[in-house]
Design a binder for this molecule. Structure first.
Ligand SMILES: [Zn+2]
Length: 434
């Protein structure tokens, strides 16, 4: 039999499948071209992806570089408690959703993120916060370049150290102070070595922050024959240097370790002293006074209290007294659901009203009190005064007033409110009106 010739003319062995081979080649070609097309698509996708990743890296790298160089300022909300961040962002007309109880902050890598108290059904996405930080950085940058910058009567503060990150009230530092005062020292009855140790601790902390510390001592406690002392440190004003606002907290405790009453107040004022000094955005001179012997001595009643603060006011010269534009007592800011701006109603109420205007949307409400804290002698001396306090169901003047009774989000809220009050709200014009 004759062997058939193949298409090239070469002799090929007979194959019963020969007739099918051409269509197989066609279909293989089709398959190959299909695979090539798919490979092209894959390559294109990969290249696009690489370009996108490169662009993302470039953009984020540029932002981080600018932040680190201070070219756009470190975002104002970095390191803030959520409520402060929310307030700041709202001031910059940036909206942020939040619910009560989002307090405290924690450092994670480059950015601080909000540490949430457990609240079912609510989550603050970290990514969203980072975007808010960046938006805020841009807003801050615009603000710093705004026409207001450098004007003496501007309602905003210039930040002289743009490359230096703004410091925010750090609840962890406050926790450390409360723990030392209420647990390491414990019961700090007035006129005792424990009260003196607490005063020494506060003085050391202030010195570590760079303050010059003055002791006002010995202050007599006539009811007991003992003595106490006030611890004083001053931060010169950035403007209106000649006007002084006294921010006070009492050191002593009564009937227990006084975690809430008043290690929380001391801790909040110490931490305030740190952030205001770091940032230098405050306006008037701030004098931090830690008073001894605010409480009634055990077994003593009548009018025998506020020994440190009364002595302080009594020993002011007329000109010194004239410089004091206002007094804020920070006494018990660690427990309870009611947030009060207390006053006796006998001096000008303007400082209390400032606090209500600024703090009202955060639940701060007015209350008239008979003078149960260190604002009493100041108010009686007709100095505009206010007592910032949390209360409602919390133990005080008892052994149960220990660190377990402290709600740290209260301390954080009070501390952040104080910081923002001085750094944002209390403008030179408002100081002039005091
Ligand atoms: Zn107290």
């Amino acid at each position: 039999m004759t062997e058939p010739e193949n298409q090239t003319g070469k002799n090929m062995p007979y194959s019963p499948f020969f007739e099918d081979n051409s269509s197989r080649v066609e279909s293989r070609r089709a398959i190959f071209s299909d695979q090539r097309r798919k490979a092209r698509v894959r390559r294109k996708a990969l290249v696009s992806l690489l370009i996108l990743a490169f662009l993302a890296l470039l953009i984020s790298g540029t932002i981080v570089f600018l932040l680190e160089r201070g070219a756009v300022g470190i975002p104002d909300v970095v390191g803030m408690s959520f409520s402060s961040a929310k307030r700041t962002l709202e001031e910059l007309h940036l909206k942020v959703k939040a619910s009560p109880g989002d307090e405290g902050s924690e450092r994670t890598g480059r950015f601080y993120v909000v540490k949430q108290t457990p609240s079912p059904g609510r989550k603050v996405k970290r990514g969203a916060l980072v975007i808010l930080h960046l938006l805020n950085a841009v807003a801050e940058n615009t603000k710093n370049r705004g026409p207001e910058k450098g004007k003496g009567n501007s309602s905003r503060r210039e930040n002289p150290g743009v490359s230096k990150p703004r410091q925010y009230f750090d609840i962890n530092k406050a926790v450390k102070h409360v723990t030392y005062l209420a647990s390491t020292i414990g019961y700090r009855e007035q006129g005792t070595p424990a009260e003196e140790r607490a005063a020494e601790y506060i003085a050391t902390e202030l010195r570590n922050l760079g303050y010059t510390v003055e002791f006002q001592a010995p202050i007599p406690i006539p009811a007991t024959g003992k003595v106490t002392r006030n611890v004083i440190a001053e931060l010169k004003g950035t403007q209106r240097k000649e006007r002084v606002i006294v921010v006070g907290a009492h050191i002593d405790s009564k009937g227990g370790p006084g975690a809430n009453d008043n290690a929380t107040g001391c801790a909040a004022v110490l931490e305030l002293a740190r952030v205001l000094k770091e940032n230098m955005r405050h306006v008037p001179t701030i004098r931090f006074v830690f008073f001894g012997a605010e409480e009634f001595p055990s077994g003593v009643g009548g009018d025998n209290h506020h020994f440190g603060s009364r002595y302080y006011v009594k020993t002011l010269s007329d000109s010194e007294r004239g410089k004091i534009a206002g007094m804020v007592s920070v006494d018990m800011v660690g427990a309870g659901a009611n947030f009060y701006a207390n006053s006796m109603g006998i001096s000008k109420q303007i400082l209390r009203d400032y606090f209500l205007e600024f703090g009202g949307k955060f639940g701060l409400v007015p209350r008239k009190d008979p003078g149960w804290s260190d604002h009493e002698p100041f108010e009686k001396a007709r100095i505009p005064s206010v007592w910032i306090e949390f209360t409602g169901g919390n133990p005080y003047h008892s052994p149960e007033d220990n660190i377990l009774s402290v709600n740290w989000s209260n301390v954080s809220k009070a501390g952040s409110l104080l910081q923002d009050f001085f750094e944002y709200y209390l403008t030179p014009e408002r100081v002039d009106a005091l």
